[in-house]
Design a protein. Structure first.
Length: 123
């Protein structure tokens, strides 16, 4: 079962993603800040990370840099409520940038795409 790590400071958004992705058959791990995310990625390497930029403690861009330095091959989707960071050079290191919506279809499609891409890379 593929593991999806959701990093989001908003409890409702985290819960929505968890419910939707579990219904798709994924194991979902949720954390609310960057420090929890770093600890979690060391304990259980996820197959995909879904990262909000506005999280407590360190922001998502700083966390993105740390996650990439730990594992450059880890697929990361920035999932945030604003397009304001789309032109930030560091966000270009993520595999996707998706603006949040109550309809998670775009997010679910991108997760499937990245998982399929990862599987093909190991075949």
């Amino acid at each position: 079962m593929e593991k999806i790590l959701i990093i989001d400071g908003n409890d409702d958004q985290r819960r929505l993603c968890e419910i939707e992705l579990k219904s798709e058959g994924y194991e979902v791990i949720t954390v609310r800040n960057g420090w929890e995310a770093l600890l979690e990625t060391k304990n259980r390497v996820p197959d995909v990370v879904v990262l909000d930029i506005m999280i407590p403690g360190m922001d998502g861009i700083e966390l993105l840099s740390k996650l990439i330095s730990i594992n450059r091959n880890l697929p990361i989707i920035i999932h945030t409520s604003t397009d304001d960071y789309r032109d930030n050079f560091m966000t270009w290191c993520a595999d996707a940038y998706i603006t949040k919506s109550l309809d998670l279809m775009e997010l679910k499609d991108k997760i499937r795409e990245l998982l399929d891409k990862s599987k093909r890379a190991y075949v």
